[in-house]
Design a protein around this ligand. Structure first.
Ligand code: CIR
Length: 253
């Protein structure tokens, strides 16, 4: 059974980091309801939901994807590029330790945010962003190359993380909102989408993706490709440069 690691949003969510967006009011109660709706999509499809211990003092703690990335049986604990987010790590490490996965970690001076890691087959695209540095990418490559993964670094200057700009459909097609993608030619197959919030998809299974409800034209385009599309409202997280991918870590069998 696939597993989903999540953490409920902190009451301080509205104080989360912002890099490319201006701060607007965030409603913590709405955010909690949206988070429950997000988790329910997975639960109703048979995913085993594992809640990481709440970290209410960490405004960005809900964005667990940034703290750990799973490659088969290996979990790589990240070292956050934003100092304000390093306090999220101990509780994530505890949850991962209990998961039975082999564990490795990125160490100083390396930084790596999981939002910069996009896996397609055995290729791992890593965004060289304001959060992920060359040393972090080098450490990840050293961990993954012997295990048969090819690590490819790609520039990210226009959005927070690589996966704020691009993600991949089940067939490996990379989708992105072209004005926010530094170099679409980095990817073997790139399909532009018409809306910024349409770029982030979570693959639920080979025929189904989960995405934001704030990109109806893109959802229609994915349906045209024969995909089933499930949408959720994640507006409160989008205000903080989050999206559907960053609210969970998917551990697939
Ligand atoms: C941050 O700036 O770190 C948070 N406010 C948003 C993190 C979003 N994470 C992601 O896209 N993987």
């Amino acid at each position: 059974m696939p597993r989903l690691l999540v953490r409920r949003p902190s009451p301080l969510l509205a104080e989360g980091e912002l890099t490319h967006l201006d701060r607007v009011p965030v409603d913590a109660d709405v955010a909690l309801a949206q988070w429950r709706g997000y988790v329910d999509v997975f639960r109703s499809r048979g995913w085993d939901v594992v809640e990481i211990e709440p970290a209410d003092a960490q405004p960005d703690g809900v964005f667990v994807e940034d703290a750990v990335v799973v490659f088969g049986d290996l979990a790589v604990l990240c070292r956050a590029g934003a100092e304000s987010r390093r306090g999220e790590a101990p509780t994530v490490a505890a949850a991962v330790a209990a998961s039975g996965l082999e564990v490795a970690e990125i160490v100083a001076p390396g930084t790596l945010d999981g939002g910069d890691v996009l896996k397609i087959g055995r290729t791992v695209y890593v965004g060289a962003s304001s959060r992920t540095n060359a040393e972090g990418i080098a450490q990840l490559r050293a961990l993954l190359s012997p295990r048969g993964w090819d690590v490819v670094d790609v520039p990210v200057t226009k959005v927070l993380h690589l996966k704020s700009g691009v993600t991949a459909l089940p067939d490996g097609t990379v989708v992105g909102y072209a004005p926010l993608v530094d170099d679409p030619a980095c990817f073997p197959v790139f399909a532009p989408v018409p809306e910024e919030h349409g770029t982030a998809v979570v693959v639920l299974d080979e025929a189904t993706v989960l995405m934001s409800s704030d990109a109806p034209e893109t959802a229609a385009a994915y349906r045209q490709r024969g995909l089933e599309v499930v949408t959720v409202d994640v507006s409160e997280f989008e205000k903080l440069e989050g999206c559907v991918t960053c609210l969970s870590v998917r551990v697939r069998d």
